[in-house]
Write a protein that binds this ligand. Sequence first.
Ligand code: SF4
Length: 333
Amino acid sequence: MDNPLLEVKNLAIEFRTGQRRLPAVQDLSFTIGRGSTLAVLGESGCGKSITAKAIMGILPTPPARITEGQILLEGTDLLALSPKAFRKVQGAEIAMVFQDALSALNPVVPVVRQIAELYRIHRGAGRKDAEAAAIDMMRAVKIPDAANRAGDYPFQFSGGMRQRIMIAMALALEPKLLIADEPTTALDVTVQAQILDLLAELQQERNMSLMLITHDLGVAAQIAEEALVMYSGGLVERAPIAQLLDRPAHPYTIGLLGSIPGPQHKGGDLPTISGLPPQLANRPSGCSFHPRCRFATELCRSEAPPLHRMSADRTTACHHWKEVKDEYPVAQA
Ligand code: SF4
């Protein structure tokens, strides 16, 4: 990709507990284009949120530590910045929306003041101007009757409205990149669709890049142009979303696709990927997915697969990707 907004290069993150070093993210590289949406997919514990926190500069250190790599925003390595310089990037250049708006918002401060605070701190705005800008932002995220609701506290809003307030706070300083970490997981399906529509609309209006972290391929399909699938701290597949859904090339992606509930599962068990993701301290040899993979061979058990470039915009880390891709949709992980 020419001139991407964000470029993550060979990122490695580990957790230290006592003398132990547990690798949480390994040799992760990807890019996000300007104005585009990348969905980062995978089960809990695969390294998605840790990667997002590293980009945002909010990784808890210790116990986490970035041991290798670069995170380049418009060519500037964020990891080489001083803490003071990184703080200027947070909110203004990169912002983040979390899953649980109720715990991310201050329960004892009216929402307008929480949004206005950003204009006061980062832009030096006076109280009146900051609150007027905050109300405009509440309107931008479609909070009905924004001026009258500005003095309300977070608990006085529904879950969907609280998530809109979080989005208003994240977008207040017009960041170039928004990271949304499971932004709709706690919401019901109707509100989830509304929030995804809102994110897509705001992204287009502002030509902002969006990194959407989700375990839900259905959510990714609604909003993303490209998807990156992570497993056990590494990238296993990257592809334009339509190609990924149509013809996945990694058995783990096939498992995720097969786990989307549909009308055919009504009244029966929901499909799942057999087994559990490996513990950080106990990764299997070779391909970390091999204990759960029906395609696994002796090669998979002994050698970690390299990243194969399938085409200009697709990569996968599977020794047998050609057979896997050809067998789909008959193939199931
Ligand atoms: Fe399965 Fe082997 Fe591919 Fe790993 S490398 S996903 S074990 S087929």
